[in-house]
Design a protein around this ligand. Structure first.
Ligand SMILES: O=C(O)CCC(=O)C(=O)O
Ligand SMILES: [Fe+2]
Length: 368
């Protein structure tokens, strides 16, 4: 039995210690994720999901700013008209420096493909338990797997979400039969389109750094691809937990697709800014590796997803990675000396996977 807030609604410090590991295991062994809890009709969230009270209190230092919006960049006409192209490169540069995030419209992926992907992920998570059971795994080497909270045993509080992960390292093609049948075609179509868009973004980002358009592709940015289809069930006590705790993305670049529910927030000037869902748009964010190879010119920003009584919310994060060693030589000069020691993505990821999502020290560990 997983203990719930109802049994001990006193502040954590005044309650008896509980066997968290036992509760985590009990939850994990259901292999039915957060969706399984909701299906069982719980009214109070199990204690493993409750954020420490000092962490909830610390949130007070951020104001929720409803006035600010992440930059929206319109890609229509890209590659057709020189002035338009330059303007887009300028917008990408500004957004990558100031926000680490932007929202793309007219990016070339049709709403049908986007909707198909979201719908496929929703259907997978709503499949019968025995179908999902076949995909359940915490094996880091498994390419297609379903679980709730990759960092379940390491985080201070579990997140209110379940995820289906598709990993394609080393430019590996998709193996259709590895994918769940219910979202197979939509996932293949979306991954192919998102990969093309990532190539366009690599060119724009290279130009935004003052490099040749092919520079980032030539150092094999985009070599690894991981797509994670998240399912955030409705939450009966959203103020006590998070859909996703605050984190930066460890990889190089993220293309994020979200549905119309909302909940994603980005840290900007010490405030959490809501990302308003914009039909047909995609969100792009700079990951730790891109911040590192640009010697901090572009920033990898903290973001999180608040839990919500409304749901499920579906999102798909596509992470593009790179095997890197250090800041790009062309960007380093006497005035701009390197700020990092060399990093190999595989080492960085191992470090990332050893701690909870919200505890990652991030790039600070590698700062000179
Ligand atoms: O669900 C979202 O909107 C964000 C997901 C996310 O930040 C991630 O998977 O890294
Ligand atoms: Fe993220």
């Amino acid at each position: 039995m997983i203990s719930s807030m109802k049994e001990d609604s006193l502040p954590e410090a005044t309650t008896q210690k509980y066997d968290r590991i036992k509760d985590l295991k009990a939850f994990d062994e259901t292999k039915a994720g957060v969706k399984g809890l909701i299906d069982s009709g719980i009214r109070n969230i199990p204690r493993i999901f409750i954020r420490p009270s000092d962490e909830i209190a610390a949130d007070q230092k951020y104001s929720n700013n409803t006035q600010l919006h992440i930059p929206v960049i319109d890609l229509s006409g890209i590659g057709e008209d020189d002035d338009k192209h330059k303007k887009i490169v300028g917008q990408v540069k500004r957004a990558s420096k100031d926000w680490g995030f932007f929202q793309l419209v007219n990016h070339g992926i049709s709403e049908n493909v986007l909707e198909g992907m979201l719908d496929g992920i929703k259907r997978f998570h709503e499949e019968d338990a025995d179908v999902k059971l076949g995909f359940h795994s915490r094996d880091l080497m498994k390419k297609v797997k379903y679980s709730s909270n990759v960092d379940l045993y390491r985080s201070t509080a579990a997140n209110w979400r379940d995820s289906l992960t598709v990993s394609l390292p080393n430019f590996d093609p998709i193996e259709p039969l590895d994918l769940p049948q219910i979202c197979r075609d939509s996932t293949i179509e979306y991954i192919n389109e998102a990969t093309k868009l990532a190539q366009t973004l690599l060119e724009l980002l290279s130009e935004a750094l003052g490099l040749k358009p092919e520079h980032l592709a030539s150092i094999e940015c985009g070599k690894g691809r991981t797509f994670i289809g998240h399912y955030y069930p409705p939450c009966p006590e959203p103020e006590l937990t998070m859909g996703a705790g605050a984190h930066t993305d460890p990889a190089f670049l993220t293309i994020l697709l979200q549905d119309q529910i909302g909940g994603l927030q980005i840290l900007h000037q010490n405030q959490y800014v809501n990302v308003q869902p914009l039909a047909g748009s995609l969100i792009v964010n700079i990951g730790d590796m891109l911040q590192m190879i640009t010697n901090d010119e572009f920033i990898s920003m903290d973001h999180r997803v608040v839990a919500n009584t409304v749901g499920p919310r579906i999102s798909v994060a596509g992470f593009f990675s790179v095997k890197v060693y250090g800041p790009i030589k062309e960007l380093i000069s006497e005035e701009n000396p390197t700020k990092y020691r060399d990093i190999l993505l595989s080492d960085y990821m191992l470090k990332f996977l050893k701690v909870g999502l919200d505890e990652n020290l991030g790039l600070d560990y590698y700062k000179l």
